[in-house]
Design a protein around this ligand. Structure first.
Ligand SMILES: Nc1ncnc2c1ncn2[C@@H]1O[C@H](COP(=O)(O)OP(=O)(O)OP(=O)(O)O)[C@@H](O)[C@H]1O
Length: 231
């Protein structure tokens, strides 16, 4: 379970995030939506201890993420390409992570096999450096890396952005498969209302850093979000 209590982030006078209480149970597929600047990335960055909150606490399984390290072993994330090692090829990068996570070659092979369709013969077995990959292919490397090492919690920031339609559909299938087989808790921010409502059990709508709605009725989510974003 992830628990956020009295969380605030301020840049000078501007309060960009204000979340009094948020609980995300284990195995939930949690979606985060909101207009540009609503605070989605800031929330994920604080939850991953990449940015410090002005006030408040984020706990993963009871551990304060800003004070403990254990949660890192159970957490995968892909927020943007800064998280990759761009001077490596994708194969070199996956090998590096394999060693960090203590996986065997066979484990890595099995893991990457799940992404064969998603990679569409563009990622592994190539001599291309990560820095030279297209934006969509960068995202594919990052997502496959975030899911490596059997994480219990996975953060994905705008995972559908820059992916071609076939890859978007394949990614949805991958996430749904992981959700069913591994009980991973997914936290997914997205501007794509169709995709996010299709895969998520619950969607939090942020507006100017505040929770405007916490949608749990899957049959009504898309219509409610459509109404909000249509204005
Ligand atoms: N380092 C910073 N200094 C000042 N303001 C910042 C900083 N980082 C983020 N902000 C502000 O925090 C607010 C929330 O930004 P954030 O990137 O979290 O929004 P978002 O919902 O992810 O937006 P988008 O959909 O455009 O990616 C914005 O007003 C942004 O300008």
């Amino acid at each position: 379970m992830i628990k956020i209590t009295e969380l605030k982030k301020q840049y000078k006078e501007a309060v960009v995030l204000d979340v009094p209480l948020l609980e995300i149970p284990k195995s939930e597929c949690f979606g985060l939506v909101g207009n540009n600047g609503a605070g989605k990335t800031t929330l994920f960055r604080i939850m991953l201890d990449l940015v410090r909150a002005t006030y408040g606490v984020v706990e993963i399984e009871g551990n304060d993420v800003s004070k403990t390290e254990d949660w890192k072993r159970r957490t995968g994330a892909y927020l943007d390409e800064h998280m990759l090692l761009s001077y490596l090829t994708a194969d070199e990068y996956f090998q590096t992570l394999r060693k960090i996570y203590g996986l065997s070659e066979a484990d890595l092979h099995l893991h990457l096999a799940k992404f064969t369709e998603f990679f569409n013969d563009e990622i592994t077995g190539k001599k291309k450096y990560i820095r030279d990959l297209s934006k969509g292919n960068l995202k594919k490397v990052g997502i496959a890396a975030a899911l490596m090492g059997n994480p219990e919690v996975v953060f994905l920031d705008e995972p559908f952005e820059n992916l071609d339609p076939s890859s978007q559909i394949r990614l949805k299938k991958l996430i749904l498969h992981e959700k069913e087989t591994s009980q991973v808790t997914f936290l997914i921010s997205s501007h794509d209302l169709n995709h996010v409502t299709e895969i998520c059990d619950r969607i939090l709508l942020l507006e100017k850093g505040k929770i405007l709605n916490d949608l749990r009725d899957r049959s009504a989510m898309l219509a409610e979000l459509d109404a909000y974003f249509t204005g």
